[in-house]
Design a protein around this ligand. Structure first.
Ligand code: NAP
Length: 234
């Protein structure tokens, strides 16, 4: 049975991806940093395993890989957002967003690679954002960290293709999860108005693309950044 590690899978988009991959026959590893109990319940339901590790901390990530061994699929989904004017963004807040969103991907990919390169196969999926492509006012740290993920994805697709490893990126638009908790009903109505398909996204919208990209059906697809945003980024 192939193993898929999904970071930040205790809720939201990560949970939906874990559900889709478990349905498709993967043994899923449900990672999160704080919601261990929820991750444990989900892992039990899906026949997978849960692992609490802060992806920004290389020691914790290494320990996680030491316990699970190699993975066939890595989904770098864990992420945090930070809202506020750039001039009010403290160095600590800036660094924390990059530590989780960007260093987190670095840490998880570094630990996954030796085994993938040895096997000459593997699939890595990263999560950027429509804001990583277009930038968002009052989300400079988040937008920058997600733009970095796009560069990382494309660079690694070139570097790792000859080793049989595919690397792709999903750039979701506005998806209704806890990450949207700070948005008022009015904000959401405005975002819906700006979306050609006239609704906000659901985690499962992202999960179905993830399931396709990690499957053999996507065997000739690498280095791509694919939006799931109802046309929001157009
Ligand atoms: P969410 O509902 O807030 O869930 C975030 C997940 O990441 C949780 O499982 C959380 O668990 C985990 N997490 C946070 N910090 C972590 C850390 N340091 N180490 C390990 N796990 C950590 O977020 P979401 O909306 O599902 O977002 C998932 C991904 O999609 C993120 O990368 C986000 O940037 C991206 N995205 C989301 C949207 C959107 O509109 N929702 C749009 C574009 C892109 P714990 O709290 O227990 O650690």
């Amino acid at each position: 049975m192939k193993i898929a590690l999904i970071t930040g899978a205790s809720r939201g988009i990560g949970e939906a991806i874990a559900r889709a991959l478990a349905r498709d026959g993967f043994r899923v590893v449900i990672n999160c940093s704080r919601s261990g109990e929820r991750a444990g319940e989900l892992a039990e339901e899906l026949g997978g395993i849960a692992f609490t590790a802060d992806v920004s901390d290389m020691d914790q990530v290494r320990q996680m890989y030491d316990e699970i061994g190699g993975v066939d699929v890595l989904v770098c989904n864990a992420g945090i957002s930070e809202y506020g004017m750039f001039s009010d963004t403290t160095p600590e807040a800036w660094r924390r967003v990059f530590a989780v969103n960007t260093d987190g991907a670095y840490n998880c990919i570094q630990c996954a690679l030796p085994d993938m390169i040895h096997k000459k196969s593997g699939v890595i999926l990263t999560l950027s954002s429509v804001w990583g492509l277009h930038g968002a006012s009052c989300e400079a740290a988040y937008s920058s960290s997600k733009a970095a993920i796009i560069g990382l994805t494309r660079a690694l697709a070139k570097e790792l293709g000859p080793s049989g490893i595919r690397v792709n990126c999903i750039a979701p638009g506005v998806i209704e999860t806890d990450m949207m908790a700070g948005f008022s009903a009015e904000d959401k109505a405005e975002l819906t108005d700006k979306t050609p398909l006239c609704r906000l996204g659901k985690p499962v919208d992202v999960a179905e693309l993830a399931a396709f990209l990690v499957s053999d059906k996507a065997d000739f697809i690498t280095g791509q950044v694919i939006g799931v945003d109802g046309g929001f980024g157009l």
